[in-house]
Write a protein that binds this ligand. Sequence first.
Ligand SMILES: Nc1ncnc2c1ncn2[C@@H]1O[C@H](COP(=O)(O)OP(=O)(O)O)[C@@H](O)[C@H]1O
Ligand SMILES: [Mg+2]
Length: 290
Amino acid sequence: MESYAELDWVVIMADLDRKSTIAESSQITNALLKRSVSPNQINTDKGLILYLEGISVSFDGFRALNELNLYIETGELRCIIGPNGAGKTTLMDVITGKTRPDKGTAYFGQNVDLLSKSEPEIASLGIGRKFQKPTVFETHSVSENLELAMEADKRVWATMFASLSSEERESMDEVLLLIGLSEMRRTQASFLSHGQKQWLEIGMLLMQNPAVLLIDEPVAGMTQQESETTADLLTQLAGEHSVIVVEHDMEFVRSIAKTVTVLHEGSVLAEGPFQKVQGDPLVRQVYLGA
Ligand SMILES: Nc1ncnc2c1ncn2[C@@H]1O[C@H](COP(=O)(O)OP(=O)(O)O)[C@@H](O)[C@H]1O
Ligand SMILES: [Mg+2]
């Protein structure tokens, strides 16, 4: 992709020439910004993909995160649980650059200081986030949704060369297979079930080949069957990607979890295999209500 860099510039400048509304040029600026960092630069020699240390976030004096430490291994599937207000969403916001902590350090690999990067830079470095509500393009087909999810600069390419490269086509086929929507690639997204829309959105994240996937409550509103399929999907993604899942559904967490982190009042209360965490007296007290 690097080798396209110069050509991309030409295409982008040509595009700027043609379209000059503020909205469009800001999109193009984002595409340029994306190229300022490269995913290949992430150093994971020590086997860790994320290092968060002593992270504190305050809102009007209230500590949403309090000296939080979190280490995620490369290729790991981690579940984060905790009662409402524990700081789970704030934690995701810190990792993705949406919220800046007052204190602490956050590294992506050993060498990328997340706190020095903007939200779009972090996304382009390979930390993808899926919010709870599916946000697919309803009037577009499944495959068009995946196409639209490719990097912003690819969209500029698409306006010039309306078709995908064989490499892009291949990665789309792979993603369609993974998310179980190969047979539905031409179906308009509005006809998908809630579960299928969630999988499509995970597929859209995968089109950007992120090193880390942050997924907020993937099985909320899913049927039991869809929930099981989602567990299989996330399990398959781990290894190739590092996956962090925030989830309330205990049955789901039990079914997929390798390591569970329990947040409480902005700090890690307990961490370990599901059975161990479930049996922890502190966890039972504050979370499981026993
Ligand atoms: N932007 C904000 N302004 C003020 N308080 C906030 C803000 N975001 C979160 N909080 C507070 O921080 C605490 C942690 O919130 P959050 O991270 O959303 O918890 P969780 O996702 O675990 O339910 C909550 O008490 C919440 O009210
Ligand atoms: Mg939340």
